[in-house]
Ligand binder design. Structure first.
Ligand code: ATR
Length: 269
């Protein structure tokens, strides 16, 4: 992506992305390109915040009157839920916040847009999961967001598979409360029989990682999607492609939710 010299003046609104580690974040390029396209006098910068400094960082951002909001990413999404002054209904259901608007009085309003962004990314690739059987690996912040968004998008069945099965069961129960008509399973061993397979774990992010599920069960008629943005081709996507599946990398999820984030932060109408 091309970079540009940003004209920063005294009236430029400042936005941030809070992460730890920070070096891999893609949001600054993607959001600043969007600001440029929309003629927004704003800039989004990386802010390296360690977990033990998150509450202090938030207090600092409250005090900065030209900050419009920020994006929270790994590992801050669950902790941000309790630190915000107000959160959307979806964020509360999912149990995590990934985008925060700073109101003029310093109040912080959190939203969770990962899941909507994921489904929008699928739809813009011409994939509509309505009526499909979906398998989500993981039960943390990203997986919860995707599970709720897939339920909202009308999948007919949802398998939630996690290393720690108790967390998968707890998530399945929360999804069932809101979507009682959906059939749910937490059987990690059955990738076969699904139309959509999604990695919502962090497995595949680190060098030397494998895939988070049994890739021998992948069939060519399946769509295999990733929440991980970096690397773009994870071991799961590489195996899925080799087995003839249609693949959906994680980066489009960010590209389709960046507009939603800019809107939530009040940067664009
Ligand atoms: P995020 O906000 O990115 O979703 P998270 O909430 O910490 O991060 O969730 C990480 C997910 O990846 C969890 O589902 C975790 O499984 P556990 O609940 O059992 O911890 C999963 N995960 C992380 N490392 C894993 C590994 N080596 N093998 C399998 N699952 C793993």
């Amino acid at each position: 992506m091309k970079t540009r010299p940003i004209m920063i003046t005294g009236t430029t609104r400042v936005y941030g992305v809070l992460a730890d580690p920070i070096h891999h974040v893609k949001t600054p390029q993607v959001m600043n390109a969007l600001f440029e396209r929309h003629g927004v006098n704003g800039v989004l910068v990386p802010l390296h915040v360690r977990p033990d400094g998150l509450a202090r960082a938030l207090d600092g951002l409250r005090a900065l009157a030209n900050v419009g909001g920020f994006i929270a990413t790994v590992p801050h999404k669950p902790a941000m839920l309790d630190l915000c002054d107000d959160v959307t209904e979806a964020a509360r259901r999912i149990g995590a916040v990934n985008c925060v608007r700073r109101e003029a009085d310093g109040r912080m309003v959190g939203a969770m847009l990962d899941g909507i962004g994921f489904v929008e990314g699928l739809r813009s690739a011409g994939i509509d999961p309505k009526g499909w059987r979906a398998y989500v690996a993981g039960a943390g912040g990203a997986a919860s967001a995707m599970a709720f968004a897939l339920a909202e998008a009308g999948v007919s069945h949802l398998t939630i598979a996690n290393r720690t099965e108790a967390k998968a069961r707890a998530l399945a129960e929360r999804v069932a409360e809101t979507y009682p008509a959906l059939t749910l399973s937490t059987d990690a061993g059955t990738v076969a029989g699904h139309d959509l397979v999604v990695n919502g774990t962090s497995v595949g992010m680190a060098e030397g990682d494998g895939a988070p599920l049994d890739t021998d069960q992948l069939q060519p008629n399946m769509v295999v999607a990733e929440a991980i943005m970096q690397p773009v081709m994870t071991p799961l996507l590489t195996a899925a492609q080799a087995r003839g599946c249609r693949i959906q990398p994680g980066l489009p999820m960010l590209e389709s939710q960046i507009v939603l984030m800019a809107r939530h932060m009040g940067a664009i109408a």
